[in-house]
Design a protein around this ligand. Structure first.
Ligand code: CU
Length: 775
């Protein structure tokens, strides 16, 4: 999605237009967007869980059986105690100041939220909240969770805070029935809605298969499932995309429950056997992860192990979690999720046209005839931390430990804490050997950064947490002024309000001396060094045996209006449908089948224009390095056409492969066909995956991962035009490496992706994983 914002901006400049407005987001509920620039910043406190705040975390050691209930609730989100919002805002599309709407009627926001209680006593452990109140678990102490889906359908009766009303959120955040999704009623499949690239002839024009049912937002019983992100868990309880269930008792094909807990419930037992770290849990339902997480389903899961953790980390009131997200709201304070069904306002053309008066930040869906409601990336215009817009946090002048999570659909953040020193102590799941001083926290959807920020020299000061990352990354809408890469001209910010995330005010008196570990003195590292697969400097760690190497491609499939689908290795999620995957070898279409205990090198080759945060379930990995690739032959390999040319030329070149789709031409990219060559035949790089070798096209040096991303990770950025290499090992992170031997490790279930329903790996841009950037 490189060009869309640029095009829209360009159109705005040329045509110059001007009204404060917006279209309907939802086809079911009339909505008018409240531009984010109209919402006052730093007007609400940041909700804090644990000793620093009013809501205690959920103690999973004291309560070993927890019920997590999925509810629709009302939550105070936008400031209501202010009668006047801002009078004007900066419009990114027309690059000028416009009037804010005046007809505001800000109410509490309807969200979907996890509430928690003790399964045996019924005692409430945490109120339902967006984000969920953090669960605190101890290593080796299992947690049994009963998930109960009590979500109301749109318009169905529901009682909220003792008031009888009707379900709203499903009507605001529209499901798209034309992408491969849970489809609990089986109606999308029955009506031929789900649009596969095999329909090549259809896809590029109006899809004749699309009957009116397919254009209808789903209003049935809402499917949901919870994934523990970063969890080393059995695949039965991984909460994968096909393990969903509805309140009415419909289930996905991988549904699992430890025992029958009734309709709309699943019981998972987490062993908590893995190394300590910052995990999180969120919804993962097939084709609706973006909408369910957007609606509120996310929370932290701290796994603690006092024996093996760094000693004397800031804790109690000085340990704070922050889930950073972006959202859009309407003039009633409700969630606004673009579905492109906008009715044009006076003077406006259709939403997303890029023409004069276009009313929508996200535009319409790029290919509405194929996917009436799916947008490739959700772009919000309000920064939200722990469910509060641009909040304020009051702290003491001392060191704090902050667990930072990018829980956004698509937005990458590059955060700074002013001049306060920031040290990374953990990356995603695990602690680093030694703390690393960092100037910016660069975080993509799904990633966590565990940091210590030292406020001790800032008594009486206010620190604004700032962000300068564009969306999509690296060349989308900028929150700050930036240079045009072609002309060198400095352009104004596209979303200036997104340059600030929150404010931290150091105005609390020091309540006690700060005796926490001091990363400036090299403290706060691991007591026992992590097991290394890489040396953190770009090389394989001595003695590490790589069993298999895979080269896997990230590629967008463009329709006439923009992306139709984003794919890993050009293969659909339900890959048995891709003829490029040999169905005799892979009847179920699963291609990445590592052996338990083995170490594999994965080379993720990004042929798109955007960065994609790649997330693996079950197994953690260590980033080896990243290297540029001559994509088109203009970057120094000296090979005409570059890697992209070689890759496209490979389609139809192997007589042993299934015929290309009708409409595809040999020597050209055939979307959704799978890799162009046989997956299991190693190429001249010795890599599986069915793609031409990359070696002749590599340019420049291997770039080592940043020190703060050199530990065990479960999510890592794959930048455009690069190969991102990581070593992934299919045993727990704590299992020692033995020279030249693969160890299964000590764990309570096979660390084997082929046992049970298996695991997925995918892009953590939620809008991408929902449209098949997942295997
Ligand atoms: Cu992606």
């Amino acid at each position: 999605m490189l060009t869309r914002p640029t095009l829209i901006k360009a159109a705005g400049i040329v045509l110059g237009v001007f009204f404060a407005g917006s279209g309907d987001a939802s086809t079911l509920v009339p909505q008018t967007a409240l531009p984010g620039g109209c919402i006052p910043q730093f007007a609400v406190p940041m909700p804090v869980f644990g000793p620093a705040g009013a809501t205690p975390r959920v103690n999973a050691t004291g309560h070993r059986n927890i019920t997590v209930t999925m509810n629709e609730i009302e939550q105070a989100v936008l400031p209501t105690n202010i009668s006047i919002y801002k009078p004007q805002y900066f419009d990114p599309f027309v690059l000028t100041y416009l009037n804010c709407p005046t007809n505001l009627n800000i109410k509490k926001t309807r969200v979907w939220a996890y509430g928690m209680s003790d399964s045996y006593t019924g005692q409430t452990l945490a109120p339902a909240n967006w984000p969920a109140v953090t669960i605190q678990a101890q290593r080796y102490v299992p947690t049994t969770v009963t998930y109960r889906n009590k979500l109301p359908k749109f318009g169905a009766p529901v009682t909220i805070n003792g008031v009888n009303t009707t379900g709203l959120v499903q009507g605001l955040v529209t499901a798209d029935q034309t992408i491969d999704w849970a489809d609990p009623l089986g109606q999308a499949a029955l009506n031929g809605c789900i649009d596969f690239p095999q329909d090549m002839n259809n896809v590029f024009t109006t899809n004749p298969n699309l009957n009116p049912y397919c254009n209808t937002p789903y209003k049935g019983s809402p499917p949901a499932v919870v994934h523990l992100h970063g969890g080393e868990t059995s695949s039965f309880i991984d909460g994968g995309p096909l393990s969903w269930f509805t309140p009415s008792g419909k289930k996905g094909k991988n549904f699992y429950s430890r025992w029958n807990a009734g309709y709309g419930a699943a019981v998972y037992k987490y062993d908590n056997f893995q190394e300590p770290g910052t995990l999180w849990f969120h919804d993962h339902v097939m084709g609706q992860t973006r909408t369910n997480v957007y609606s509120g389903f996310a929370g932290f899961y701290f796994l603690e192990d006092p024996v093996n953790e760094p000693k004397k980390l800031p804790d109690n009131a000085f340990q704070i979690e922050m889930a950073i997200q972006d959202r859009q709201f309407d003039t009633n304070g409700q969630l606004f999720f673009p579905d492109g069904s906008s009715s044009p306002l006076p003077g406006a053309t259709q939403c997303g046209s890029g023409l004069a008066g276009d009313p929508c930040l996200n535009g319409g869906p790029p290919n509405p005839l194929n996917h009436p409601f799916w947008n490739p990336e959700f772009i919000g215009d309000v920064a939200v931390v722990n469910g509060a817009p641009w909040p304020v946090l009051h702290v003491e002048p001392r060191r704090y430990r902050l667990h930072l999570l990018d829980g956004s659909n698509a937005r990458v953040y590059n955060l700074s804490f002013g001049t306060a020193p920031v040290y990374a102590i953990g990356a995603d799941d695990s602690y680093l050997n030694k703390p690393v001083k960092i100037s910016k926290v660069f975080i993509a959807p799904g990633e966590r950064n565990d940091v210590i920020v030292d406020f001790s020299q800032f008594a009486g000061k206010t620190i604004t947490v700032t962000n300068d990352a564009p969306i999509p990354f690296p060349d989308g809408l900028f929150p700050v002024p930036h240079k045009d890469p072609v002309t060198g001209v400095t352009l104004p910010a596209d979303q200036p309000q997104m340059a600030k995330i929150m404010k931290i005010v150091v105005d609390k008196p020091l309540s006690s001396p700060d005796d926490s570990c001091n990363p400036a003195w090299g403290q706060c590292g691991r007591t026992k060094p992590m097991v290394r697969l890489t040396d953190g400097w770009g090389h394989v760690y001595p003695g590490v045996k790589i069993d298999k190497k895979r080269q896997l491609i990230l590629k967008e499939f463009q329709g006439p209006g923009g992306p139709l689908m984003v794919l890993v290795n050009n293969t659909l999620f339900e890959g048995g449908m891709s003829p490029g995957i040999d169905a005799t070898v892979f009847p179920d279409g699963i291609t990445e089948v590592p052996r338990q205990g083995s170490i594999e090198e994965w080379e993720i080759i990004n042929l798109t224009m955007d960065a994609h945060p790649i997330h693996t379930h079950l197994a953690q990995f260590q980033i080896l390095n990243r290297q540029a690739l001559d994509m088109d032959g203009t970057m120094g390999s000296g090979i005409p056409g570059g890697y992209m040319g070689a890759w496209e030329a490979a389609f139809g070149s192997n007589p042993n492969m299934a015929p290309l789709f009708p409409g595809c031409t040999a020597g050209q990219f055939c979307p959704g066909y799978g890799p162009p060559l046989p997956y299991q035949v190693p190429n001249t790089d010795g890599a599986l995956g069915g793609n031409p070798a990359i070696k002749p096209y590599l340019i420049g040096a291997n770039n080592a991962p940043k020190p703060e991303e050199s530990g065990w990770k479960d999510t890592a950025k794959a930048n455009p035009g690069e190969v991102t290499r990581f070593l992934i090992r299919f045993t727990p992170t704590s299992t020692p490496n033995t020279y030249n031997v693969s160890l299964k490790g000590i764990n309570k279930y096979p660390f084997d992706p082929t046992k049970g329903p298996g695991y997925v790996w995918h892009c953590h841009i939620l809008d991408h994983e929902d449209q098949d950037m997942m295997r």
